[in-house]
Design a protein around this ligand. Structure first.
Ligand code: PLP
Length: 421
């Protein structure tokens, strides 16, 4: 029989190397995680072969009785997880869920307020290079430059002046709690819809360790693969709205922005939501936050500035703007030491988004592989060693990088992701 290595050696090699990279490097990209072996198996199932345009019980194709079971399970579990009365599990990814919200609730040309990408928002919240920024009049809000915290008074002032149709809460790089009640009050003051994209913190919200937006938002979107630790995908949730509102959301996903749902991913979402309903999931999310706090404390003690002064969630932004190297250079040096982070703009960053003056790091992935707070403290120390050596120049970087790579290898061997070494 044909093996992958026999039929397609180039692809087999890339896969094997990626498996090794995931085992042997420390993953600090805040938006990444490791899905469980069961979730991985479900993604690799025959559900991928089935066309199922429509919704359970009202499909455009025959033979959907079994995929209907999978989708109904996903919807029911998701409603339980977030205590909501509407859930759509079909969006292929976060960006599609967000496109569906725009399509359902706004008209091109409307004024929409979202957090600026440069200050921690997401592309789909109105970046000029995204459909959202191209088809809507976007009015961005951001951070107080002195504190690095969201400036709600300024947000209110901008909302009163611009009267948006929709206000977007949610972020890709903000390490503090968001005041959903205050944002809803601002939206109400100007008659705007309030949409929260909780992609980054959905797992923390499900576990009760981050403020829940559902009591305040008209609609909530998320990805399923970040802190929620499921397969790649998107979801839309809501609570307390009427049926017409929910029908608009469903129609915006299909046929609005998508064709057939990816049923292997819908089934894998159902599985991941069952995992998220287990008591261990709460303990995992608490550890994610404890690990982030432990890393932030070491990094600050070592003299590095963290935007907003610390973290209340799974991520933080290290501000390197006072250093003689860029975010891009820091990212590259860490990569060589087998620590994967990502360069990230900091508030009022003078450098371009390709270069940047910051690093974003997060703890969901390392916590999944079993790192505790002591592991994370050691790891944060090594990360600072690499950054210090970038500044020291000479041969320091090479020596430190080689030493840290060995230390990382030891830590990774003690905490395998999928296969014990
Ligand atoms: N929303 C937020 C807040 C995100 O951070 C991201 C991804 O990083 C997305 C949406 C988009 O998700 P996807 O990459 O699945 O389209």
């Amino acid at each position: 029989s044909l093996t992958l290595a026999g039929f397609d050696p180039e692809l087999a090699a890339a896969l094997w190397l990626e498996e090794r990279r995931q085992e042997e490097h420390v993953e600090l990209i805040a938006s990444e995680n490791y899905a469980s072996p069961l979730v991985m198996a479900m993604q690799n199932s025959v559900f991928t072969n089935k066309y199922a345009e429509g919704y359970p019980g009202r499909r455009y194709y025959s033979g959907c009785e079994h995929v209907d079971v999978a989708e109904r399970l996903a919807v029911a579990r998701l409603k339980t997880l977030f205590d909501c009365d509407y859930a759509n599990v079909q969006p292929h990814a976060g960006a599609q869920a967000n496109a569906a919200v725009f399509l359902a609730l706004t008209t091109p040309g409307d004024t929409v307020m979202g957090m600026s990408l440069a200050q921690g928002g997401h592309l789909t919240h109105g970046s000029p290079s995204n459909f959202s920024g191209r088809h809507y009049r976007i009015v961005p809000y951001g951070l107080d430059p002195d504190t690095g915290l969201i400036d709600y008074d300024e947000m209110e002032r901008i909302a009163l002046a611009s009267r948006p149709r929709m206000l977007i809460g949610g972020f890709s790089a903000y390490s503090r709690h968001k005041d959903w009640a205050r944002m809803r009050a601002i939206a109400d003051k100007v008659g705007a819809l309030f949409w929260v994209d909780m992609a980054h913190v959905a797992g923390l919200v499900a576990a009760g360790v981050y403020p829940d937006p559902l009591p305040y938002a008209h609609v909530v979107t998320s990805t399923t693969h970040k802190t929620l630790r499921g397969p790649r995908g998107g979801i839309i949730l809501a609570r307390g709205q009427d049926e017409a509102f929910y029908r608009k959301l469903d129609a915006a996903v299909f046929p609005g922005v998508q064709g057939g749902p990816l049923m292997h991913l819908v089934a894998a979402k159902a599985l991941a939501f069952k995992e998220a309903l287990q008591p261990e999931f709460k303990a995992y999310q608490r550890q994610v936050v404890a690990n982030a706090r432990a890393m932030a404390a070491v990094i600050q003690r070592r003299g590095y500035r963290i935007v907003s002064g610390g973290t209340d969630n799974h991520l933080m932004l290290i501000d390197l703007s006072a250093r003689p190297y860029t975010g891009k250079e820091a990212d590259a040096a860490l990569r060589e030491a087998h620590i994967t982070a990502n360069k990230n703009s900091v508030p009022n960053d003078p450098r371009s988004p390709f270069i940047t003056s910051g690093l974003r790091i997060g703890t969901p992935a390392v916590t999944t592989r079993g790192f505790g707070a002591d592991d994370c403290e050691r790891l944060a120390g090594w990360l600072c060693d690499v950054l210090d050596s970038l500044e020291a120049g000479g041969g320091a970087l090479r020596i430190v990088r080689d030493r840290v790579r060995e230390q990382v290898a030891g830590l990774c061997r003690r905490h395998p992701v999928y296969r014990p070494s």
